[in-house]
Ligand binder design. Structure first.
Ligand code: IPE
Ligand code: IPE
Ligand code: MG
Length: 246
């Protein structure tokens, strides 16, 4: 049974929902390998779980969900795996446009869109446009996202501002940097979940995760369920966040 009731901030046992959850959707390849299937089958299974978890987060009242779908380093994978992933992204974005018309979810992409082919980029832009005035959960899909790349872009853009006089160098502070990231205007993630048992951040939200709580789970992403999400939220509630204080 789902732990959280629809659209309620707290469940019966008084758990607090994180405002922003990040998920590093990892383990598709190992899931496929253990079934002697091609890696693309793992990505297909992972894409299904992504749909279920996104819907669940929206239903229980999460305000921001950021999913790591494809990193700036994932282009290093074999061409057939990359093209299978691009196909799955297209399928999802076409489905979102045709079937999710009445949805409340705001879809945003974080990452560099310029490296995707024209069709895929057009679908990304269309999904953003179509959903931008909705009032529900913000879903950031990190595609061709790398946090170091994001920071380099921020440095360049701030430097441009200094050069053209729109930014005073003495006024640059942490907010200036945050405001030049893909996540500008959004709260930092409270909780980042990494399935598949890897204890690393793999270039995900390095700046934004300064005080994020991490939950590493041993399940592979295609096996991840809404109960696992409940479990991660329960673990999050047991943490004592101090933000450097006492
Ligand atoms: C995550 O699963 C999906 C992407 C990175 C695109 P992986 O494909 O990394 O799966 P493992 O880590 O090899 O099992
Ligand atoms: C992180 O997973 C990226 C995504 C889940 C999209 P990777 O599988 O690429 O990370 P590493 O290689 O294990 O660090
Ligand atoms: Mg992986």
């Amino acid at each position: 049974m789902a732990l959280f009731k629809k659209k309620e901030k707290q469940d019966y046992s008084g758990l607090v929902l994180p405002e922003h959850i990040g998920i590093i959707m990892d383990g598709n390849g190992r899931w496929a390998k253990s079934r002697m299937l091609p890696r693309s089958a793992g990505h297909r299974a992972g894409a299904k779980v992504f749909r279920t978890i996104t819907r669940y987060c929206s239903d229980i009242g999460i305000k921001y969900l950021t999913v790591y779908a494809f990193s700036t380093e994932n282009w290093r994978r074999p061409a057939d795996e990359v093209s299978a992933l691009m196909r799955l992204f297209k399928d999802y974005l076409e489905e979102a446009l045709s079937d999710f018309k009445d949805d409340t979810i705001v879809v945003r992409f974080i990452g560099d869109k310029s490296q995707f082919d024209d069709d895929l980029r057009a679908l990304m832009v269309e999904n953003e446009e179509e959903s931008k005035d909705r009032d529900g959960m913000v879903l950031n899909i990190a595609m061709n996202y790398g946090s170091r790349d994001e920071l380099v872009r921020a440095v360049k853009s701030i430097s441009e501002g200094v050069k053209d006089g729109s930014i005073d160098i003495n006024s640059i502070d942490e907010k200036t940097v945050s405001d030049h990231l893909y996540t500008a205007g959004q709260p930092d993630p409270d909780l980042i979940i990494r399935p598949s048992g890897e204890y690393r951040i793999s270039n995900f939200m390095l700046w934004q995760a300064a005080y994020t709580e991490f939950v590493i789970m041993n399940k592979l992403w295609p096996d991840f369920t809404t109960d696992d999400l409940d479990e991660a939220i329960k673990l999050f509630n047991q943490r004592n966040r101090r933000f450097g204080g006492v």
